[in-house]
Design a protein around this ligand. Structure first.
Ligand SMILES: [Zn+2]
Length: 345
């Protein structure tokens, strides 16, 4: 117990009053979902303490955690979380277990840890070669705006702009396609493997109903866990794909991109999500897929035609990739310092 505020938050977070009946047994709450079978619960208070969140507040339907570097907002009975102003979707909702608010151990290790202590999880990753993948191409136009603007052209233009920015920041950059040619999905990841990619980012524009808008970023779903958009927890694939070798780095990369897009390009935040897209499954390195906006939305469709908006998007994507690669470099330097200390002792 370091101070009074810690005691205060223990009281707030540990105690979930009115859930015990007079007999001492927990009162049934029909609204309270059960733990997912196999889910290992981690009390939020333990997670907060371990990861340096010194202030914890419970406010209506959410719990707010604040530390020196990070602010995290968790929503009760929800998979939605907001870290430093950008949204990510958890594998499991925060629920009550044994009268405590809990998150899953999977989310602690594979959603939060890569973002809160990146230097611990990014050691050994490369930080020089970037492969950018403009989605679709050739006969595959991708999404089309009401005015006829095609996704394949929009994303190629944005991808080229990202490339220039990253080259000017000193990285080696390859594009899976430079022109309007068709490329099979497996050819995209094969090229990335041949170029010895350190990071792979696929760039797309979205399509949905007329009101759907905003940006979302995908990383590979975890084996045995549903993808974010899968509503039913039944029939969850258990396969492990090559891209699952980078689960923690995937999350850091995806969130860096997404945070940059949401905060720098000022886009509606649809969160970091998990999916089993082919280019993520077969990626030979940490990978993410960004959806920069909805071509199908009347305003966003128009916006995506504007060079100034594309420049902003490209700048945000380049920034997100740079942020990730700098975190990898920092992790490598930390590892070196630790090795020197061990050698010197
Ligand atoms: Zn697409």
């Amino acid at each position: 117990m370091r101070n009074l505020s810690f005691l205060f938050y223990l009281l707030l977070v540990c105690g979930v009053p009115q859930l015990a009946s007079a007999s001492g047994r927990r009162a049934p709450d029909p609204a309270e979902p059960a733990l997912r079978p196999g889910m290992v619960p981690v009390p939020v208070k333990d997670f907060a303490k371990q990861y340096g969140f010194t202030q914890v507040k419970v406010e209506n339907d959410r719990i707010l955690l604040k530390g020196r570097l990070h602010e995290l907002e968790l929503e009760k009975y929800s998979r939605r979380a907001i870290l430093n102003g950008a949204m990510l979707w958890l594998n499991d909702p925060m629920v009550i277990h044994n009268r405590l608010w809990v998150v899953s151990e999977t989310d602690v290790n594979l959603s939060f840890k890569p973002l809160i202590v990146p230097t611990e999880v990014l050691q050994g990753r490369g930080h020089q070669v970037v492969v950018l993948d403009a989605g679709h191409g050739g006969a595959d136009s991708g999404a089309v705006s009401p005015a006829g603007l095609q996704e394949k052209a929009v994303v190629l233009d944005i991808t080229r702009r990202v490339r220039s920015e990253l080259i000017s920041r000193g990285y080696r950059v390859f594009l899976t396609r430079h022109d309007d040619s068709f490329l099979e999905l497996d050819e995209r990841t094969r090229r990335a493997r041949n170029w010895k990619a350190d990071v792979f980012v696929s760039i797309h524009a979205n399509s949905g109903n007329a009101s759907a808008r905003g940006t979302e970023t995908f990383v590979l779903a975890l084996p045995g866990h549903r993808s974010t958009n899968q509503s039913s927890p039944s029939a969850v694939p258990t396969d492990t794909f090559p891209g699952n070798a980078y689960n923690q780095a995937n999350m850091n990369l995806g969130f860096s991109l997404h945070h940059s897009l949401v905060t720098k390009a000022n886009l509606n935040d649809r969160g970091v999500r998990r999916a089993r897209f082919a280019v993520l499954k077969d990626a030979p390195c940490p990978a993410a897929l960004v959806e920069v906006g909805f071509l199908s939305h009347p305003d966003e469709g128009l916006n995506l035609a504007r060079p100034a908006h594309r420049v902003r998007l490209a700048h945000s994507i380049a920034n997100g990739i740079d942020l990730y690669l700098r975190a990898v470099k920092k992790a490598a330097m930390n590892a070196q310092v630790q090795a020197n200390e061990r050698g010197g002792s």
